[in-house]
Design a protein around this ligand. Structure first.
Ligand SMILES: *[C@@H]1O[C@H](CO)[C@@H](O)[C@H](O)[C@H]1NC(C)=O
Ligand SMILES: *[C@@H]1O[C@H](CO)[C@@H](O)[C@H](O)[C@H]1NC(C)=O
Ligand SMILES: *[C@@H]1O[C@H](CO)[C@@H](O)[C@H](O)[C@H]1NC(C)=O
Ligand SMILES: *[C@@H]1O[C@H](CO)[C@@H](O)[C@H](O)[C@H]1NC(C)=O
Ligand SMILES: *[C@@H]1O[C@H](CO)[C@@H](O)[C@H](O)[C@H]1NC(C)=O
Ligand SMILES: *[C@@H]1O[C@H](CO)[C@@H](O)[C@H](O)[C@H]1NC(C)=O
Ligand SMILES: *[C@@H]1O[C@H](CO)[C@@H](O)[C@H](O)[C@H]1NC(C)=O
Length: 680
């Protein structure tokens, strides 16, 4: 008997009327026979893919095998209260739209001026490459000169001071210690000058540690932490677009938090949870309003703790207008970290030639280099200068290539792999903990519209690397991380883990124990095993973001539209509450894309659902106003037709950029269709 015929026959039997099944004595025998036969057949075929037969409900195992797909479901997490399904990153659905992108270079010219760090002198030295100069001079013996303008931190923390006057330099020039960034230009000597090359260099200048040798010796080693972040990259899309990077991240010492589930919609609240332990709402009621200037100084951010624990700190991010603390947020009023990239970024954006890729909004090249190259070179220098000798914390984040196009990371995978292998070559991985992560996955567009879009948007990648010395000194922490790879975790756990790192190193003088995530009292350091029966609520993951509990698509019946219809009045009431009715149009339903019902973990996908008066639904719908798309998680009562929904958890699943230009509120922007932006 062929495999398909066998499945078909057994499947038919399995689908038979349940009364008959219960009554017919042969059924059990036949069922058992099919099961054995199938396990035999398929265990040969998919030796690594069968779920642990002891854990699996045998009936659902059988039906899964029997039913069409022929591949049993794999899971990122399968614990008592949480089943997060694994998504094949190359499934048929996605392969219809996925094409790896080609990498676009910013410049084909070789570097005329390079800098090298002389560790003996602890100084940067500029080198002018004579051969490149000859090429740029077309092999004439024309004279040329090189100059630089210093970029310095501005009076205002947000930007740079006016560029300093031109300084002439020659090969072998030793960069003064106060220079942290420069724009340089080499030009022919005779008039009119011809520019040979322009470039920009950013330096991490070495600051010697204050001599505190006695204290150092008695305290346990403080582990450094470097956070390498890429905006909007899910663990599914990482596997799809950057398989080489994924392979690197499977190496020794790396742990993938496969149950890491975001706690909010977009970048800010997700990163803020990691960096402060608060949600913006709670911060507003308990500490300060993150929309108000000065709040990020008033809040105890993670870098304040690291600084007080005598770490050197750094923060770098690209795209000054769209980045975490500045997009519709006030930014900083004081330099937040010892090394702070933003002033240099502003100079690069203003003073160099900027290139964007066709159809893309964010800056791709600044001068001769990729926007993200500045960020990760800064990261590399920071580690090169310090990681061997004193504790550091730094976060290095890029938005520009992954935010707008979910498939662009495929073009960048060699670049990212080079960053990682460079860090390894430098020996950074002998010393530092590294967190390689994202804030969320793809939130809008064609990838989001697939069946897996729900998971795609909610499961950012999260990898944690522990250096060998740390694994040796703290084997139980390494073991816990290994266990936690397949348990549910959230941003607030990561926050506690960072605090735990500080405590491991002796804490802050007078403060050996630090306050844990305010918004999640049941969260914990990932260096301890997370409870096996953890729920989303225990990890402070709201129902709408929770990927633990399965939903099933219900076919489009008349009554399912009423769910979406009951959500829209809540959204209109929200505009009234927020006093936005003079700016935002009321919404009305265009049509429902699909509706899903939460089934609970006990019901396997083939069981018939009981009739329920009240259930949790996920409804994806379009409104008439500018064809905006939304996805809401709703408790809907089928009898009274009432819906409970927290409007601020509703997802906007297409871009709102052109729909809400009349308001600044980061959250209301998702729902508001401005009268001024209404399309006819
Ligand atoms: C670099 O060279 C490639 C291949 O010749 C070319 O397609 C590309 O346009 C060049 N890029 C720049 C920025 O000159
Ligand atoms: C070298 O030749 C190129 C191409 O002809 C020209 O654009 C450039 O200005 C020349 N460079 C110098 C320094 O004369
Ligand atoms: C860090 O130390 C300063 C000075 O003692 C103190 O004002 C501040 O509250 C501390 N912050 C944190 C987060 O420990
Ligand atoms: C918009 O919706 C609000 C809330 O339901 C309602 O009070 C108001 O009358 C509506 N406005 C219009 C013009 O329909
Ligand atoms: C509502 O908005 C209007 C117009 O901007 C303003 O005049 C009014 O004071 C606001 N009311 C409240 C309660 O915020
Ligand atoms: C098997 O899956 C198909 C869709 O892939 C579905 O139409 C069918 O109803 C399923 N069979 C059972 C027994 O649920
Ligand atoms: C909701 O009510 C409709 C009839 O109005 C019924 O067909 C449907 O099965 C009910 N849904 C659930 C989940 O009970």
């Amino acid at each position: 008997m062929g495999r398909l015929q066998l499945s078909f026959l057994c499947g038919r039997w399995h689908n038979m009327d349940s009364r008959f099944r219960a009554a017919h004595p042969l059924y059990k025998w036949f069922f058992g026979f099919c099961l054995l036969l199938l396990i035999f057949v398929f265990s040969n075929r998919f030796p690594n893919e069968l779920p642990n037969a002891q854990n699996a409900n045998t009936v659902s195992l059988l039906s899964r095998i029997v039913n069409v797909t022929l591949t049993p479901q794999k899971y990122f997490v399968k614990t008592a209260q949480c089943h997060i399904p694994f998504v094949n990153p190359f499934n048929d659905e996605v392969m219809k739209i996925y094409k790896p992108q080609t990498f676009v270079v910013c410049s084909n010219e070789s570097d005329l001026v390079t800098s090298a760090y002389d560790s003996q002198r602890q100084r940067y030295v500029l080198h002018i490459n004579q051969q490149v100069a000859q090429e740029l001079l077309n092999f004439t013996d024309a004279e040329y000169n090189c100059f630089y303008e210093e970029i310095s931190y501005g009076q205002h923390v947000d930007t740079y001071d006016k560029l300093k006057a031109d300084k002439y330099f020659t090969d072998g020039y030793v960069v003064p210690k106060h220079v942290e960034g420069m724009l340089l230009e080499c030009q022919t000597a005779e008039e009119p000058h011809k520019v040979l090359q322009r470039d920009a260099l950013i330096f991490i200048q070495y600051q010697p540690d204050e001599p505190t040798p006695k204290k150092r010796a008695s305290v346990p080693r403080k582990p450094s932490v470097i956070m390498y972040g890429i905006d909007s990259l899910s663990r599914i899309n990482l596997r799809r677009t950057m398989p080489k990077v994924y392979k690197f991240l499977k190496g020794t010492g790396w742990y993938e938090m496969q149950g890491y589930n975001k706690v909010a919609d977009n970048s800010f609240p997700n990163l803020f949870a990691i960096l402060s332990g608060y949600s913006p709402d709670t911060a507003k009621s308990q500490v300060c309003d993150t929309d108000q200037s000065g709040c990020f100084e008033e809040m105890s951010m993670i870098w304040h703790y690291f600084k007080n624990a005598s770490y050197l700190t750094a923060y770098a991010e690209d795209e000054s207008g769209s980045n975490t603390f500045n997009y519709l947020k006030p930014g900083f009023t004081e330099k937040p970290t010892d090394y702070y990239f933003r002033p240099f970024l502003r100079a690069l954006e203003e003073e160099t030639e900027v290139k964007r890729l066709p159809g893309q909004f964010m800056r791709y090249c600044m001068g001769r280099r990729l926007a993200n190259r500045y960020i990760y070179d800064y990261c590399r220098q920071f580690m090169q200068r310090y990681v061997k000798e004193r504790p550091i914390w730094g976060m290095f984040w890029t938005n520009h290539y992954s935010h707008d196009d979910p498939f662009m990371p495929s073009a960048m995978q060699n670049k990212v792999l080079t960053d990682l292998t460079n860090y390894r070559m430098d020996g950074a991985f002998d010393h530092t903990i590294m967190i390689f992560f994202a804030d969320h996955g793809t939130r809008f567009g064609k990838l989001r519209d697939l069946n897996s879009g729900f998971l795609e948007s909610r499961l950012p990648m999260m990898f944690i690397y522990l250096p060998p010395w740390f694994r040796e000194e703290y084997p139980s922490y390494a073991r816990a991380l290994e266990i936690n790879q397949n348990r549910l975790s959230s941003n607030f756990d990561l926050h506690n883990t960072l605090k735990h790192v500080i405590e491991i190193g002796g804490g802050i003088p007078g403060m050996p124990e630090l306050p844990k995530s305010y918004d999640c009292p049941t969260c914990q350091s990932l260096f301890y095993p997370v409870p096996e029966d953890r729920t989303c609520a225990q990890a402070a993951i709201d129902e709408h973001w929770c990927t633990c509990e399965p939903y099933r698509t219900i076919s489009h019946l008349g009554w399912t539209d009423r769910i979406a219809e009951s959500v829209i009045p809540r959204m209109n009431e929200y505009f009234v509450e927020k006093n936005l009715t003079h700016l935002c149009s009321n919404l009305s339903l265009s049509y429902v894309h699909n509706t899903n019902i939460k089934t609970g973990l006990d019901i396997s996908w083939h069981d018939e659902l009981p009739e329920l008066k009240e259930a949790v639904y996920r409804t994806k719908f379009k409104v008439q106003q500018n064809s905006a798309d939304f996805e809401a998680t709703v408790v809907f009562n089928n009898v009274t037709e009432t819906a409970e929904v927290n409007v601020e958890t509703i997802s906007r699943t297409n871009s709102y950029k052109e729909d809400s230009t009349c308001i600044e509120d980061k959250i209301a922007k998702l729902y508001c269709i401005c009268f001024s932006d209404l399309k006819p």
